[in-house]
Design a protein around this ligand. Sequence first.
Ligand SMILES: Nc1ncnc2c1ncn2[C@@H]1O[C@H](COP(=O)(O)OP(=O)(O)O)[C@@H](O)[C@H]1O
Ligand SMILES: [Mg+2]
Length: 508
Amino acid sequence: MLLPLKNTSIKQRLTYIIMAISGVSVLLTTLAISIIGVYNLRATILRDLDISASIVGDRNTAALLFNDDKLAESNLNVFSVQQTISQACLYNQMGMLFASYNNKQSEKARSSSCPSDLTERAVIGKKHIEVMKPIVKMQDKIGSIYIESTLEQITSYIEKQTRIALAVVIAVLGISYLMATLFQRTISRPILNLADTARQVSIRKDYSIRAAYDGDAEREYNNELVILTRSFNDMLSEIDARDHQLKAQNTELEKAKELAESANRAKSHFLANISHELRTPLNAIIGFSSILMNQLFGPMGDQKYLEYSRDINESGSHLLDIINDILDLSKAEAGKLTLNYEEVHVGKAINKSITIVAERAAKSKIEITTDIPKMLPPLVADRLRLIQIILNVLSNAVKFTEEGGSMHISVRLQETESGTSNFIISIKDTGIGMGQDDIEKAFQRFGQVDSGLNRKYEGTGLGLPLTKKLMELHHGDVAIESELGRGTNVILTFPAVPPVGVEYTPND
Ligand SMILES: Nc1ncnc2c1ncn2[C@@H]1O[C@H](COP(=O)(O)OP(=O)(O)O)[C@@H](O)[C@H]1O
Ligand SMILES: [Mg+2]
């Protein structure tokens, strides 16, 4: 019932509520007054009838005593002046009807004939009011009188009351409508102002707008609507201030980001250049130490020279590896690393990588097993980068596996949801493993897991980040499953179907 009210404006709602309250209260008041009036009226009517019965009864004593029905008849006729009396009956001592009076005009309201029940009573019935009274002379009952009155007085009273009530209710509704429209403004205006301001703010995204209060805000400090408006404005000021602060901070951040980006670009550029510059002399060092180590120009005098030249060669190669990784990584980060796609025989690439680490594995007595299906379709990838990826993971497996451990390399095709299939290369070892938290760290640059245990392993922490970058360039993914002390499984996933737009040379 209240639902239509819920969707109206606050103005209308306040007006309706005020009108409803005053209308209902006036209605209830007039109803209460009318009910009390009816009760009073009933009592008055009964009392009047009772008095009339006593007077007319008294007046008829002589008629009854002298058995003069003519006198009785004329005595009863006095009721003709009282329109509401519809019937009067006079009974003698024996209870026999002695004389009667009928009001012709109230024929309908009257009961058909004088009642035979002579019990003393004064009753208001549904159709009429009746009074039966004994006539007593010297403590002797000499007869009875019965008077019947119509309900006209009561019904006309009720009708009159209803008309008055209706008029009053209409008048009150009218007045309360006027007063409500006048007074609801003090409540609705500030709320409407607030709603309007909120709407403006949200549409224009302008937090400098403020809600106005039309009254005397200074003096009405106890008025909740003033407090609400003030708090709302304070809140807007707060948001406005924060907005400005945020914008200023954003500009700062933007600047800082640009600065950082340009610094990063400069760093990559520098690294690429310096790595390139370092590689030339390093290649000379490796080349010449290799000549020395292999005694190409005749034997060396002292065994120590041979050892040193071997050290120079090893350190040089190691340094070159690091420099190459740094170069690759900076190139990849600068987006300058491009792939040369071709059809690659995955089995061959894996076997080639295994050959490279085989010697180191054999030294640590690590057993390497493979599971490579014969009938694999070619993988579209950069062959050298693929070998680099596998080699990175394989060297880690060899490096972090204790003597006597084992490694298992497997390849399989896996159907994807979209109906294509992926190449899954898994490189599993039984090495020292990593904790869950360390896996994420291992993918960060220089993110060697510092468990205290692996400090004995040399390395730079560039292999895995580079592997990740190279996998991303291939639209693939690298994941690590590992458990401390149990071993590690590195899973490389390549899309078997080359990504759209990739050009490659079919060969192999
Ligand atoms: N197979 C593995 N078993 C245990 N730990 C590994 C393995 N592979 C990588 N890690 C951990 O991840 C770190 C990062 O690896 P990587 O980036 O290749 O750097 P590096 O080999 O130079 O240490 C390693 O230092 C090692 O702590
Ligand atoms: Mg490594």
